[in-house]
Design a protein around this ligand. Sequence first.
Ligand code: GDP
Length: 692
Amino acid sequence: MMLLTKKMIEIRSLLQTVGQSDALTLPSIVVIGSQSSGKSSVLEAIVGHEFLPKGSNMVTRRPIELTLVNTPDAHAEYGEFPALGLGKITDFTQIQRTLTDLNLAVPASECVSDDPIQLRIYSPNVPDLSLIDLPGYIQVTGRDQPPELKEKIAELCEKYIQQPNIILAISAADVDLANSTALRASRQVDPRGERTIGVITKMDLVDAERGASMLTDKKYALRLGYVGVVCRVPQSQGKLFSRGSGNITNAIAKNEDAYFSSHPAEFGTETTIEVGTKNLRKKLMYVLEQTLAASLKTTSEAVQGELAEATYEFKVQYNDRPLSAETYLAESLDSFKHSFREFTEHFGRSEVRELLKYELDQQILNLLASRYWNKPLEDLSPPLPESDPLSGLPKADPDNQLWRLKLDASTASLTKLGIGRLATTVVANALQGHIDHLINTSTFGHHPFARQAITEASTAILKELSYDISDELEICIKPYKYRIDLEDTEWSRGRENIQKTLKEELRSCEAAAKHVESEVGGRKKLKDVMGFIDRVRNGQVVLEGDGRGGAGGFSSALLEKGLEGVFLRDRADILKLRLMAIKSKQCANKKNKYFCPEVFLDAVADKLTTTADLFLDAELLSKFYYIFPRELDARLGRNLSPTEIERFAREDPKIRRHLDVVRRKELLEHVLKEMEGLRQLEAREKRYASRS
Ligand code: GDP
């Protein structure tokens, strides 16, 4: 039958991982006793090692759920704190230190905590048992202890000694049983003494006759009886073993045997009295097994109930959809790759072209502004008939070399801009931006880990590709650095396009001016301050100082805004003027390119774009579209460990809940099957016992 306890202890740990509900708690042996009653000594005698926190101050502040696992074929003895993940601890003094630390972590103001410490001890020398050690009862509160400590300990113990737990009530022989706090507490919850085992410690401290009479006490009669023990480790042995190196069970047993056999009349085999730690161990094993067997039915019913609930939740909330972390990841990855494929169908050469053209348009605007549109503005057009609307403008000399130089320099600025790097970066950034967007709209949006993995994948690929591509592209556009021939059609396309660009620029200038207007508090105010600035510029007004502290009755902040307004107005004026010039007949012919630098530069940009978009489409897009999904498979598929996959899936709270329900259901099914097996085993053994 020993199998039952072992199995049930396994089931207990399984149930603990399901999430504790009271109905699913299997009975344990709860150890209570006053401080110094010898409680720790009893537990250590059972385990065979000193491992419990010691000290004059109350050190046990949390319950210790102690699971002893008998490992008959192993030599090593070790402990494990499953919640801490510290691994196997073979040094019992280290277990002692860890327990002390865990206890001391409870703030003194809280006194005690009901959050149990789980400790498992594996050894060929321990029986399969599950015990809960509780803080010892105290009589009086010490000076440095909170006054409510006594109450709190009593409350904590009371919580644990409820049904169906077995109570191990420790009392010292040198204290009158009537004064035993442990027995008094157990009586409260177990008045008929049906699930309490009495342990009388320090039998060596009273005379044998008195000791023996305590063990047959009728006043506090217990159905499971009393066991008398002498748990003190003999001095010489204690020193030897206190470093946690050896097992103290035999030393204690020897000492006990010597004591009890020296009083054969009181404790001899003739008597019905039970003494010795060995017997206590046997008794605990027997009683726990009986209790566990008795609880089999109720517990498996409780498990069934929980299972029914989990099954219902699974059905109703998740439509019976089985889910594992692996399938969740695989599905998420598939759908992400699908949306990526869709994206690739809509992001090709013409999208690249648009991006690049926009970028170059901005470059052209900057060039024009710095080289041509400075004040005072000189008109670039050749002399015009009086009837022409532009004829009123100041004229530039068309034969002046300056205009040739200007255009050549501007064209060179454009072609030597580093188009290779610029275009590659613009497209790579756009791709990265789209990937970010795809992540955000996919299930991976909720997963920091996957998000990072995908972003890293795309940035790494793009970086790697960009390096060579930008150089190669630079080589492709090299011819334009030396000579640019334009067809008539290219010229007229440039003329049309630059008008659009300038109109767009004009619109943003006007919008910005409106914004400044609202910032200063109206058109009139802005006009006033701009008027003042104009007068200063024309020399009509002479500023005293540098105007930083304000001038002309305007604050410096207002003057700042005024300058902005003047800039935008001038820019808009120039744009309007240039738009008119471009629309005029002069700019219809490419021969007049020196007077129409806007058109020329636009046509050049168009040529550059055509080369770049073709190249980038073939080199950057196609390669990225090929490599990226494969990289995803590697980073989010093959290369992940099961733990990483699980961690990934659990990042999403909805999935976590779903996985929990699935897992809970599977676990409960497993537990139920195990329990059914145990029940059948038990029934068979009963039948067998009744027959023989
Ligand atoms: P706890 O506070 O209830 O855990 O008690 P301990 O196990 O720490 O024991 C308190 C004191 O009693 C210690 O000094 C032990 O050495 C001593 N002690 C424990 N068991 C026995 C025993 O059977 N005989 C004698 N003489 N002393 C014991």
